[in-house]
Design a binder for this molecule. Structure first.
Ligand SMILES: Nc1ncnc2c1ncn2[C@@H]1O[C@H](COP(=O)(O)OP(=O)(O)OP(=O)(O)O)[C@@H](O)[C@H]1O
Length: 480
């Protein structure tokens, strides 16, 4: 339950905030003076503070500085009136999270508080890299020790202390946000601010102003100047999630920021210089997007350091480790005593393609555990998609990327008598599909890469029953 503190001498504001935040199931603390507010911050450690900018005796800005000294990463939302708008801008420049005008709009208040709670979680909740199998007492553990995940941990370790831009790639739910947080927390900017923007979630027209701010009167509705996230995050780290969904016009503004560290607010002509580290993420295949969708110069600029998260179906036995990890966690959280999965349930989980990756695994296990009554989780509690053995992610991809170990294990369980030939065929099929995906179905290019004659590639494609159209359309689906 989030803990929110309101510091305002006006009891009607305290009451309104308490009522407004009820749907968030938040506990709301109230303070009428600066001293009371500071005392509660020390004693109760709220997650977000709503602070009246016009407090009697102390100015809100002065109190902000004192709160900042106590906890520089505590998100503060100022409650302002139109007449105190300039002070609010000042506060944002000093690093306050946001501000909201009186009379308070309940929906807007709820949204801002929710976002602030999330930002606090991203900044404070530690991401722990695996270390000799110990489970941390707090925070999120990055689970898995497949070679692909080892590369990810190595990448985080290598890039975090360097002050460079990072691009995190991977399908939805593979842990890109977790990796971004880990980089931030292990960086030299760990004590500075961290802000996250999902570029796909904000309408195109609003994103520019959200990121770069705007001047008063820049467009109808711009009644006051607004400080954008880049300016607010000066000295810190910004996580641009789903950067592949950003419009080309904004891409060029981001490119300039990366190259020259400067920009102008919307409708402004004053050049503003900032020092922000960008961590970007995408599930899209940026290099194969047409120029009018994603600028290649930005792609090359972002591509300096890339961390690629593999899909769960390509992580081999990591799936078992992830299942074990979430079983333990949900046993704790849901007060259950599930010890494991029945062989049938486990087999179905291993065969499933996990298109939603770790996030989907988490939610399926949680749902199943909520329903389970005994110590063993049986297949009946798994959703239809998993039970039906459908792979849901387009047919070719799991086969192309599937794990050899898992294949061998399944064939051993099936008591195969031709495992050598079956495994070679499996490998050949996966390899050829993968290379054809990379070349967009171009067989000449694929035969060059593979180092085999075009004729023998054609024969293999035929004998292995590979459909070029299918491979290409599946790779396009993945990019969508
Ligand atoms: N290796 C991992 N170990 C433990 N938990 C993980 C791992 N990877 C992801 N998770 C968990 O899975 C969920 C999804 O992760 P996250 O939000 O980082 O994915 P994402 O790639 O950013 O997703 P999207 O592209 O949809 O935004 C989170 O709850 C995260 O904590």
């Amino acid at each position: 339950m989030p803990l929110i503190l309101v510091i305002d001498d006006d009891r009607s504001v305290q009451h309104l905030v308490t009522q407004a935040l009820k749907p968030l199931k938040a506990e709301v603390l109230t303070a009428q003076s600066a001293d009371d507010g500071l005392a509660q911050i020390r004693e109760r450690s709220p997650e977000v503070v709503l602070l009246d900018i016009l407090l009697p005796e102390t100015s809100g800005l002065e109190l902000y500085r004192r709160v900042y000294d106590l906890d520089p990463k505590l998100p503060i939302i100022f409650i302002t009136s139109v007449s105190s708008g300039e002070t609010a801008i000042e506060a944002i420049k000093l690093g306050a999270y946001d501000y909201i005008h009186k009379p308070l709009d309940v929906e807007q208040l709820r949204d801002k508080v929710q976002q602030a709670v999330e930002i606090r979680r991203l900044m404070h909740e530690p991401v722990v890299l695996p270390d000799a199998g110990t489970e941390p007492h707090e925070g999120d553990l990055l689970v898995g020790n497949s070679p692909e995940m080892m590369e990810v941990y190595k990448g985080i370790g290598r890039v975090a202390p360097q002050d460079v831009t990072v691009l995190i790639r991977g399908e939805s739910g593979t842990g890109k946000e977790l990796v971004a947080r880990a980089i931030y927390q292990h960086s030299r900017r760990a004590n500075g601010p961290f802000l996250a923007i999902n570029c796909a979630a904000i309408p195109e027209g609003l994103l520019e102003s959200e990121l770069f701010g705007h001047e008063k009167g820049a467009f109808s509705g711009a009644v006051t100047t607004r400080i954008g996230k880049f300016e607010q995050c000066d000295g810190g780290t910004i996580f641009l999630d789903e950067i592949g969904d950003m419009s080309p016009m904004l891409q060029s503004k981001v490119l300039r920021l990366l190259q020259e560290r400067q920009f102008e607010r919307v409708g402004g002509n004053k050049t503003i210089r900032v020092n922000v580290r960008i961590i970007a993420a995408t599930h899209r295949d940026l290099e194969n997007m047409p120029e009018e969708k994603f600028r290649s110069d930005l792609y090359y600029r972002l591509n300096g350091f890339v961390i690629t998260l593999p899909p769960v179906r390509d992580r081999g036995d990591d799936l078992l480790i992830l299942i074990d990890h979430f079983l333990k966690r949900f046993n704790r959280e849901l007060a259950k005593q599930v010890q494991g999965l029945s062989p049938e349930a486990l087999n179905l989980m291993m065969r499933y393609g996990w298109p939603g990756n770790v996030r989907e695994l988490q939610s399926i296990l949680r749902q199943a555990m909520l329903q389970s009554t005994g110590p063993v989780l049986i297949a009946d509690f798994l959703p239809g998609d998993v039970r039906s053995g459908r792979r849901r992610n387009g047919g070719a991809a799991p086969e192309a990327g599937a794990d050899l170990n898992r294949f061998i294990r399944e064939r051993l369980e099936a008591d195969s008598k031709d495992l050598y030939a079956e495994s070679i065929e499996f490998l050949e099929s996966a390899l050829i599909r993968r290379v054809l995906t990379a070349t967009g179905g171009n067989q000449s290019r694929a035969s060059e890469i593979l180092g085999i004659a075009r004729g023998s590639l054609r024969n293999k494609i035929r004998s292995l029953g590979i459909s070029i159209d299918r491979v290409v359309s599946d790779s396009e689906d993945e990019a969508d």
